[in-house]
Ligand binder design. Structure first.
Ligand code: WTA
Length: 608
């Protein structure tokens, strides 16, 4: 920005209040097939960015590097759960993406078609996403830890034509049966025509004639060159499902242009990434963190990323630290849950490794408690690395509140809104407040904001833009201090954050009541030392069924199978009744207050 005559960060923040000027300047740093006519068209709550511009995010992530020395640079250093490794240059990635692009086109995939990707953390996952984007097809990635039922629901919402999966994936040495889950999901998903299967584990699986195709056979004879579809800036890039307050997941819609601009800018500035950095974002690509900061932004920036299939403590609690040491990771981006888990294993595990390559750390997904912050700073950063606590959401696409390496830090605070972002904290009447908890809001549109919820613009309006008209409601509680620093405190709605994964209480409740023994269920989040929040379920049994340890175990497994092991309740309590409003809505707030021994608050609407 210095070439624009801006002397320091404060002046930049001030000038960036002119969001059209600011984002227009940033967008010029990407490659456009045709420049935009207008930076922003804002018809609240619907925004269009870089209107009239033509772009493809894959052109920026891969194609444009092919005539430069970057072609031979490593894009991914990948390590599997069992310890196998693969290294892919930008050129390798480009060629594989092109092969899949050609194969998909051969199967009739065209711009606007929906493709479901249900893959473990293997290189074929980013390859699949990039091939879809290259064609202009819309990808929807489902975390491979999700169940067949969750997959089916999302396939049907998206109306997907093709599913890309693997025979299986590895987790802690065991096989996750992704193909078997897919087969189960497809029992009731009529839109799907073909299933492409990557061979990962060599499992014995059933290939259905006329429907299932092996990835390696399909790609074998495909040319390594393919045209990139010229997309409108506002054409859809992906749908990513996330939990909300009702049982039905929300299909968050992102587009090619604005999303590319903002994720590129935020990764570049917040982590100050340079040519020779080795960037490691430890998330799974199945979540937004992986979409934005394992796949698209690092590739647009042209850096080398580490991608890891396994879990932090398998086979030993120093797995991560051995990876940092072996690949000389310079910037590590992780969750507070992982840090708290490592704290429990104690510092002897990282101490076994040379972590001197690290220069900067990051955190995301939940509030980081000061104890975890200090431990991360001391035992991982060894007192040399700042911690970038980035606050954002699936819906925001990109970091919104976060420090830069030059920002003075306060442990536990995500510090201030980034340039071009106008965040605030409101009281219940929509007035800005300082020093007190309130609603986190964003007052102006931003390029990587969700455009809508897939096929449900009404829900989009209602969930995010109705509480304070024209202002984005994040759903988080936050406090702004006298220095303008933000302290995020967790969700205000019925959304839990378990190990940094978003889960709707209603989703878990509907899974429970689908069990033959259950009449009614209510779910709350309970503070948990490592996971941040743990799931506690209150269950009313059907007549003739009685509580038992066995049934409790059975219900926990049921939820794990219906949704995902991450949703498995830690505790189940069998009860005779649940607190409800007169209109019959379960008052989870009351259950939670009772459980935690807090004051009940306003219970005037309580029936009993
Ligand atoms: C929470 C993940 C405190 C928050 C990128 C938000 C955070 C939800 C932070 C979104 C942070 C994310 N400090 N809380 N730095 N980052 N959150 O959609 O409650 O999976 O609303 O996106 O995670 O979760 P999501």
């Amino acid at each position: 920005m210095d070439e624009r005559g801006i002397k320091d960060y404060d002046e930049l923040l001030e000038r960036a209040k002119d969001i059209e000027w600011f984002w227009g300047e940033i967008a010029k740093e990407l490659d456009w097939f045709k420049p935009w006519d207008r930076v922003l068209e804002w018809n609240p709550p619907f925004a269009k960015w870089f209107v009239g511009g033509k772009i493809n995010i894959v052109h920026n992530a891969l194609d444009r590097y092919m005539k430069t020395p970057h072609r031979d640079k490593l894009a991914y250093i990948w390590e599997g759960d069992p310890g196998d490794t693969r290294k892919l240059t930008y050129g390798d990635l480009y060629e594989d993406v092109n092969r899949l692009t050609n194969a998909l086109r051969g199967l009739g995939v065209r711009k606007g078609d929906r493709i479901m990707i249900y893959l473990p953390m293997i290189p074929e996952l980013p390859i699949s996403m990039l091939a879809c984007a290259k064609i202009g097809a819309i990808h929807s990635v489902i975390f491979s830890g999700f169940s067949a039922a969750a997959l089916k629901e999302r396939i049907n919402d998206a109306g997907a034509k093709i599913v890309i999966t693997a025979d299986g994936g590895y987790r802690r040495g065991k096989v996750v049966p992704t193909k078997r889950n897919t087969d189960e999901a497809l029992g009731d998903a009529p839109s799907v025509e073909k299933v492409i299967v990557v061979r990962r584990t060599g499992e014995d699986i059933e290939m259905i004639r006329g429907r299932d195709l092996w990835w390696h056979e399909l790609l074998k004879d495909q040319p390594a060159m393919a045209d990139t579809e010229i997309m409108d800036s506002e054409d859809i890039l992906y749908i990513l499902y996330t939990s909300g307050t009702t049982g039905r997941p929300k299909g968050v819609v992102q587009v090619h242009g604005g999303y590319a601009v903002q994720i590129y800018n935020t990764l570049k500035w917040v982590f100050d990434l340079k040519e020779d950095d080795i960037w490691w974002c430890t998330a799974d690509v199945g979540w937004v963190t992986g979409h934005s900061y394992i796949v698209y932004a690092p590739l647009i920036l042209g850096v080398t990323s580490v991608m890891f299939e396994g879990t932090p403590d398998y086979p030993e609690p120093d797995r991560w630290w051995s990876i940092v040491e072996r690949y000389k990771v310079t910037v590590l981006y992780a969750t507070p849950t992982a840090i708290r888990m490592f704290m429990k294993f104690r510092e002897k595990w990282p101490a076994k490794h040379d972590l001197s390559s690290l220069r900067l750390l990051g955190a995301v997904g939940e509030p980081i408690n000061p104890e975890a912050w200090v431990w991360y700073y001391e035992f991982i950063g060894r007192g040399r690395c700042q911690i970038m606590d980035t606050w954002w959401q699936t819906e925001t696409g990109s970091f919104l509140v976060s420090p830069l390496p030059i920002t003075p830090l306060k442990p536990g605070s995500a510090t201030k809104p980034l340039p071009g972002i106008e965040a605030d904290v409101f009281d219940g009447n929509g007035n800005p407040i300082v020093g007190k908890g309130g609603y986190a809001v964003i007052k102006t549109p931003w390029p990587a904001m969700l455009r809508t919820l897939y096929k449900d613009p009404e829900r989009y309006k209602e969930v995010y833009w109705t509480r304070f008209p024209g202002v984005y409601l994040a759903g988080d509680a936050a406090r702004k201090d006298d220095d303008g620093y933000f302290w995020f405190q967790g969700r205000l709605d019925d959304v839990l954050s378990v190990s940094g994964h978003r889960l709707g209480t209603m989703e878990i409740e509907s899974a429970l009541v689908s069990h033959p023994a259950v009449a009614e269920a209510a779910v709350i989040g309970k503070p948990h030392e490592v996971k941040g929040e743990a799931v506690k379920a209150f269950v009313i049994l059907r007549q003739g069924r009685s509580p038992s340890e066995e049934l409790e175990k059975d219900l926990k497994e049921w939820v794990a199978k219906e949704i995902s092991p991450i949703a498995r309740p830690d505790e189940i309590e069998f009860v005779k009744s649940l607190p409800k409003t007169r209109s019959g809505k379960i008052m989870r707030r009351v259950l939670k207050a009772k459980e935690l021994g807090q004051a009940l608050g306003d219970v005037s609407t309580l029936e009993d």
